[in-house]
Design a protein around this ligand. Structure first.
Ligand code: BTN
Length: 328
């Protein structure tokens, strides 16, 4: 590991306390001048390291995304490969390219400060300005015998996101089937899962779960201006903290997600159960009352005819048609 990263890790571990130059020099077997140069290198890479005469150096968290800082916030069992980029077309597209070149040896997470071509469901673009949002994708290798359930993976991801937001911010989170996360009736997070196929083996080699969070983003472009919102207006919680917490919550559920053991949490957070909704499925539109979300993540809808229909895909376009409380 390069000295810079080692020194950074030590400073993060000791924060908010100071580390003396002498102690650092001793710990890493280099001179105090070399430590001072290393600190300067970290500062010019964007880290805030305060120095104080007689006390040494200390790490102060800031808004810059950083792999070592995210890593330091992860529980010991969670060790994905982390790639942090200042800019990318799309973190999902980046991971799909990576996974189609060679199989991912381990879960791989790509986080970007901004995306130039972020996208969502149905080919819509995902607004991804720098500094105020979080755009990340989790690449999951799929060994040949492993079973994969797209419905449950998406719903368990939505629960992981909701838990992260309620843990870190004072917000009430609602889920709009299947994967929209709302705060104050506005969409603050979008989730998009995609598969990479291994054509020679004739099977899926990788799943890419993309998550876009409007953390403090406010000025949304025209088409989504009334529907999208920010998690919070301002916060002292850093984006690195959000990523670490989200990855911990995601991987905690990933081990058993195919059992649907998180569905009780999903239902509790759902804002569509017992509501009249309008749904779009391909080119078809239908309305009905949502009776439940079943253990496979499918929407159970009672149609105006009284007939019950289970939908494992589609999109809710309107909720609360009767009261008008929310129109998605
Ligand atoms: C949707 O609401 O339709 C899903 C939006 C998903 C956006 C995220 S941002 C990170 C990842 N990269 C992308 O290009 N899309 C996903």
């Amino acid at each position: 590991m390069a000295t810079q990263t080692e020194v950074l890790r030590q400073l993060i571990k000791m924060a908010p306390d100071y580390c003396s130059g002498d102690d650092l020099a001793h710990e890493f077997g280099i001179s105090r001048t070399a430590i001072w140069k290393t600190i300067q290198g970290l500062q010019s890479s964007g880290y805030t390291i305060e120095s104080r005469h007689g006390r040494g150096y200390r790490y102060v968290a800031n808004n810059q995304l950083s792999a070592p800082v995210i890593q330091a916030g992860l529980p010991s069992g969670v060790v994905p490969q982390l790639v942090v980029l200042p800019t990318v077309d799309s973190t999902n597209a980046y991971l799909k390219r990576l996974a189609s070149q060679a199989p991912l040896p381990q879960p791989t997470v790509v986080v970007a400060d901004t995306q130039t071509a972020g996208y969502g469901r149905s080919g819509r673009s995902f607004y991804s300005p720098e500094s105020t949002g979080l755009y990340l994708s989790i690449g999951l290798p799929m060994p040949a015998k492993e079973s994969f359930d797209p419905g449950l993976l998406t719903t368990s991801t939505a629960v992981a996101v909701a838990k992260t937001l309620t843990k870190l911010f004072e917000v009430q989170v609602e889920l709009k089937w299947v994967n929209d996360v709302l705060v104050n009736h506005h969409k603050v997070v979008g989730i998009l899962s995609e598969a990479v196929a291994d054509l020679e083996a004739g099977q899926i080699s990788t799943i890419v779960v993309g998550i876009g969070i409007n953390l403090t983003t406010n000025d949304f472009p025209g088409a989504i201006a009334t529907k999208a919102g920010a998690v919070t207006q301002q916060t002292t919680v850093t984006r690195n903290q959000v990523v670490s917490t989200l990855l911990a919550e995601f991987f905690k559920r990933y081990q058993t997600y195919t059992t649907g053991d998180f569905m009780a949490d999903y239902r509790r957070l759902s804002m569509v159960i017992n509501q009249q909704v309008e749904l779009k499925r391909g080119s078809k539109k239908l309305t009905g009352i949502v009776k439940d979300i079943d253990s496979t993540g499918a929407l159970v809808v009672q149609l105006p005819s009284g007939q019950i229909q289970r939908l494992s895909s589609g999109e809710i376009t309107k909720v609360n048609l009767l009261t008008g409380a929310y129109h998605g």
